[in-house]
Design a protein around this ligand. Structure first.
Ligand code: 13P
Length: 261
């Protein structure tokens, strides 16, 4: 269970799913039932093309709407503008009402070759634009089975967050998403997740201070469902979830959010 200094945060990563009508309907369903998950911050991360439609459905003005549900991007470029065909800048995400942006998702890392260095540049650009980065880290099955989970996650955390001042670090969210648990139905056990979350918090403490690290919210992601969310939520260092498949249905997404309330 998240410490009182950390408001639980449950985000839906819709990935490349839904269409405009379904995105609006899902947004309306979640926003209309937000009160079911009182005390939990909810974030919807639609495909960039539908961010404006979701912002409208949330009634967002300056990133804040009546329901309190926030909007997030799934990725962005690290440059402010320029000749980067097909890309989206941090300022554009802000402009349409985003408060958050997912960075360094394992699908970006494995399918699009994103490196820790690029993630680091994006984190800095997001913070400079006033966005809160949700920085994703996590080991592959092969890395876990060869006993390299700690070293892989440590390297990702330290390199992705290098050179960021403590005061800025205090604003970010880190998501631990073991690659082998994403979209596979194989969720990490609460103990496996808690162990890595404790490691991440210790690393954040080294990068900032124990006081700052104690305020940073850590999400678990990878096959989070209504029936496993409560056990994850009961762990000391798990402050929320980054939900893929189960975020595409309001009932499941809200049931997960309630588990963290
Ligand atoms: P699933 O919940 O579908 O496993 O996806 C997790 C994820 O990648 C969220 O970013």
């Amino acid at each position: 269970m998240a410490a009182p200094s950390r408001k639980p945060i449950v985000a839906g990563n819709w990935k490349m799913n839904l269409d405009g009508a379904k995105a609006r309907a899902l947004t309306a369903a979640v926003a209309g039932r937000q009160a079911e998950a009182a005390g939990v911050e909810l974030v919807l991360c639609p495909p960039a093309l539908y961010a404006s439609a979701v912002a409208d459905a949330l009634g967002l003005k300056g990133g804040v709407g009546p329901s309190g549900v926030a909007l997030g991007g799934q990725n962005m470029h690290d440059k402010q503008s320029g000749a980067y065909t097909g890309e989206v800048a941090a300022g554009m995400l802000r402009d349409v009402g985003c408060r958050y942006v997912i960075l360094g998702h394992s699908e970006r890392r494995s399918l699009f070759g994103e490196t820790d260095g690029q993630v680091n540049a994006k984190v800095k650009a997001a913070l400079a634009a006033g966005l809160v980065p949700i920085v994703c880290v996590g080991e592959s099955l092969q890395e876990r089975e060869s006993g390299r989970t700690e070293s892989v996650v440590s390297e990702q955390v330290l390199a992705s967050l290098a050179g960021i001042p403590a005061v800025e670090l205090g604003r970010i969210v880190v998501a631990y998403e073991p690659v082998w648990a994403i979209g596979t139905g194989k969720v990490a056990t609460p103990q496996q997740a808690q162990d890595v979350h404790a490691l991440i918090r210790a690393l954040l403490s080294r990068l900032s201070s124990p006081e700052v690290a104690a305020t940073i919210r850590l999400q678990y992601g990878g096959s989070v469902k209504p029936d496993n969310a409560a056990d994850l939520a009961a762990c000391t260092d798990i402050d929320g979830a980054l939900v893929g498949g189960a975020s595409l249905q309001a009932d499941d997404f809200l049931a997960i959010a309630r588990a963290f309330g």
